[in-house]
Ligand binder design. Structure first.
Ligand code: SF4
Length: 346
């Protein structure tokens, strides 16, 4: 068996079966040792080499200092409703990233981050204020799930790629992490329970569609016309409103799946009854589900609409031909609501 310079090795979490086979072979071990490691790390979720009972002691002695987790939990905050908890992780290179665990009735959802900061610059979003810092690796994305699953008091039922960052601007790592989550020999988390949420990167929605990715797609629309969306989401300049609607239609027609349309309600910006009427018109021919998200205020100029206005907006969709849900975020008091994630120390 070869000697191992552990500092040269990537953490085990984030590696595929193939990577772990190559790792084992590189140490003079048969490839099946890699498959055994995969089984311990992803299916059995055991992170103590001493408990990996089918690995020979000589192998464990060599690999025992290889890091397993790429992230470490630094801190957490619980909302007053106790149903939402926000976690601050630190990467091996010292960058900080947040994830959120939300419990609602019999659903427990983990909201994963895919980047440190974000380059998209949506005007109402706390993450945008950080600017883009770096992409998260596959391991850094999936380790948020692995660590939160371990401490969650309830079984995780859903995963959304909707935390810090734009998943489609870190497409390869986000999709690889989703596939690892879904891997039948590993965590085996149902693809229909995994949602990738994008601000609407048109080429990547096309790619996602053409690759027939099995995960659900959510798109943040947040406006009912080009000018209105452009004011709050400067990305609309390049990814125009009509091109975005076209690619959403392309997705639903090609996959025959429902797309989730996210619409953040901002007081005086997009919450007028005319907006509700227009939104209904736009979405009626599209196979979709609408998720209305009353804005979670950060220290900026945007405001959450008053409850009466939210209710009248919602009422407008009573007889809509598509399902409509309202996400009354429960984590605003700890800045864990949608669009509130940014890594100040918690
Ligand atoms: S809303 Fe999403 S895409 Fe827009 S700046 Fe925030 S994190 Fe980035």
């Amino acid at each position: 068996m070869k000697n191992l310079e552990t500092t040269l090795y990537k953490p085990l979490i984030g590696q595929s079966i193939k990577d772990l086979e190559i790792f084992s072979i590189s140490l003079g071990e048969p490839s099946f040792r890699g498959r055994q490691l995969f089984d311990w790390v992803y299916r059995k979720r055991v992170y103590d080499f001493g408990l990996m009972t089918d690995l020979p002691k000589s192998f464990i002695d060599v690999i025992k200092n290889v890091p397993i987790h790429p992230l470490k939990i630094l801190n957490s905050k619980k909302s007053s409703s106790k149903s939402t908890k926000k976690y601050l992780f630190i990467t091996q290179s010292g960058k900080m990233v947040e994830s959120v665990l939300m419990v609602e009735k019999n659903r427990t959802t983990i909201c994963l981050s895919t980047q440190v900061g974000c380059a998209v610059d949506c005007d109402f979003c706390a993450t945008a204020k950080m600017g883009f810092i770096q992409n998260l690796s596959v391991g850094e994305i999936i380790d948020q799930f692995i660590q939160l699953e371990k401490i969650s008091e309830t079984k995780i039922t859903n995963v959304v790629f909707m935390g810090m960052g734009e998943p489609f601007l870190n497409y390869k790592n986000s999709i690889t992490a989703a596939k690892l989550l879904n891997h039948s020999k590993g965590i085996n988390f149902g693809a229909w329970r995994i949602t990738i949420s994008t601000v609407g990167i048109i080429t990547k929605i096309k790619q996602f569609t053409n690759e027939k990715q099995p995960f659900k797609l959510a798109v943040s629309l947040n406006g009912t016309n080009h000018q209105q969306r452009l004011k709050i989401m400067p990305i609309t300049k390049k990814q125009t409103f009509s091109d975005l609607l076209n690619v959403i239609r392309y997705y639903t027609e090609q996959t025959r799946k429902r797309v989730t349309i996210e619409y953040v309600l901002l007081a005086g910006i997009n919450d007028h009854p005319i907006d509700a009427k227009k939104l209904k018109e736009i979405l009626s021919p599209i196979k979709c589900k609408l998720n209305l998200i009353p804005y979670n205020e950060i220290n900026g100029s945007y405001k959450r609409p008053i409850t009466n206005n939210i209710n009248s907006f919602v009422k407008y969709f009573n007889n809509a031909s598509f399902p409509v849900t309202v996400r009354w975020s429960k984590g605003q008091d700890i800045d864990a609501g949608c669009g509130q994630l940014a890594t100040e120390a918690v």
